[in-house]
Design a protein around this ligand. Structure first.
Ligand SMILES: Nc1ncnc2c1ncn2[C@@H]1O[C@H](COP(=O)(O)OP(=O)(O)OP(=O)(O)O)[C@@H](O)[C@H]1O
Ligand SMILES: [Mg+2]
Length: 391
């Protein structure tokens, strides 16, 4: 096991720079998840670590070794792909063992390694079967077994669960995490699924267009996104955004959306937000910060809306409504959810608000969250070229 250090690595295909120079460190034993929309460069980064793709610039280090010029086989990494091609004519045991003999292991050692992996993955009873007689999840486990027996320094996963149905995906998510707890091999896991990213990562790396938008622990990224992109990408259903501006009210700053929605800025944010008074800004608020107002409520931070659609999910109900032409979503208590067509007074908890500068897409930092210990209120710096530091 070993850390992986990427220093200013970049990738161009012809004239197109697909991955802009970036720095990233995967700590020893860490489970790091690269997440971002299709085409943002996740697989390219993984393939550069694996050695399946050359780097156009920068340095890839595994442990103490610079591996830029090493072939994939010499890097001591194991990769599990979305299409985990198993050999159809070999049974599970031989699929897992494939390649081990060539590495100089004796038959007895190979048998032992296969059995150990099969026990870990709970596929011992399947060792004699061919892949055609396995379910998707079982095949996926065999592919992982093949990676495990090599005892690599680093595991690289590229969307290994995307071929599975939703239920199996959720199950395998847990199994991969459990496996990592038992065998804490340094792991880089690529997915475009933000739920997978949130639930599996020790730290996640949110990517956009060949750049890193933010690196951090999942709950930290969720609670303190640095950019609108991250705010929108992480979290389901997505954060609500309303355009407007900050105005000075009698009790401090108020965000006034173009729709007329007025939301008071919490006392703790007054200082940080004041420099943005009068400028066009965007307010972001997650669906869980919106609830049905209690009867006879003070009208502050509330709005009458017409509920257009409800989605009962059991534990909660999603309610969709328009605020000034912007479709918005609230996560409501199913016991007190209005029905479609009802008018409802909703209350907006601005303690959870995010203020975003629409020109840069950066979230305004608040007290205690400013990077670099700066006390002056400001927006976040671009993070794409910064070396990641532990929060
Ligand atoms: N061999 C190649 N030649 C030219 N362009 C390429 C090549 N490989 C990848 N690209 C381009 O680089 C960009 C990043 O691709 P990459 O496969 O890394 O994306 P990704 O984030 O893994 O996306 P997905 O979630 O769809 O797998 C894409 O625009 C892709 O078209
Ligand atoms: Mg990919």
């Amino acid at each position: 096991m070993a850390p992986v250090t990427l220093t200013q690595i970049s990738k161009s295909f012809g004239a197109v720079e697909t991955v802009h120079p970036l720095d990233l460190e995967v700590k020893d034993h860490e489970f790091l998840v690269l997440v971002g929309p299709s085409g943002c460069g996740k697989s390219t980064i993984l393939r550069m670590i694996a050695g399946l793709e050359t780097v156009s610039g920068g340095e890839v280090r595994i442990g103490d070794r610079v591996v830029n010029t090493l072939s994939p086989g010499a890097r001591d990494v194991a990769m599990v792909f979305q299409n985990y091609a198993l050999y159809p004519h070999m049974n599970v045991a031989r699929n897992i063992a494939f390649g081990l003999r060539r590495r100089g292991m004796t038959r007895a050692q190979v048998d032992e390694a296969v059995l150990e992996a099969a026990r870990l993955l709970e596929i011992e009873p399947l060792l004699g079967r061919r892949p055609s007689a396995l379910s998707g999840g079982q095949r996926q486990r065999v592919a992982m077994g093949r990676a495990i027996v090599r005892k690599p320094k680093v595991f690289l996963f590229d969307e290994p669960l995307s071929n599975l149905d939703a239920k199996l995906r959720a199950q395998m998510r847990v199994e991969i995490k459990k496996l990592h707890q038992k065998v804490p091999t340094t792991t880089v896991y690529v997915t475009h699924d933000q739920v997978e990213a949130m639930t599996m990562a020790d730290r996640l790396v949110v990517m956009n267009n060949g750049r890193i938008e933010q690196v951090g622990r999942p709950m930290d990224v969720y609670a303190h996104p640095r950019t609108r992109f991250v705010a929108e990408f992480i979290g389901s259903p997505a954060m609500n955004f309303w355009d407007g501006r900050l105005e000075a009210g009698s009790k401090g700053l108020v965000f006034v959306a173009h729709s007329g929605l007025r939301l008071s800025v919490p006392a703790s944010r007054q200082v940080a937000y004041r420099p943005h008074l009068g400028r066009p800004m965007t307010l972001g608020l997650r669906p869980e910060a919106i609830s049905v107002a209690p009867d006879h409520t003070d009208a502050r931070d509330t709005e009458m809306v017409t509920i257009k659609l409800v989605e009962p999910l059991g534990v909660e109900t999603l309610a969709f409504f328009d605020v000034g032409g912007v479709e918005s979503c609230a996560r409501l208590d199913p016991a007190h959810t209005p029905r479609a067509g009802d008018s409802a007074r909703l209350t907006f908890d601005t303690a959870m608000m995010h203020l975003i500068a629409p020109d840069t897409g950066e979230v305004v930092t608040c007290e205690g969250r400013a990077t670099g210990g700066a006390s002056a209120p400001r927006t976040h710096e671009h993070v794409s070229h910064q070396r990641e530091t532990t929060p």
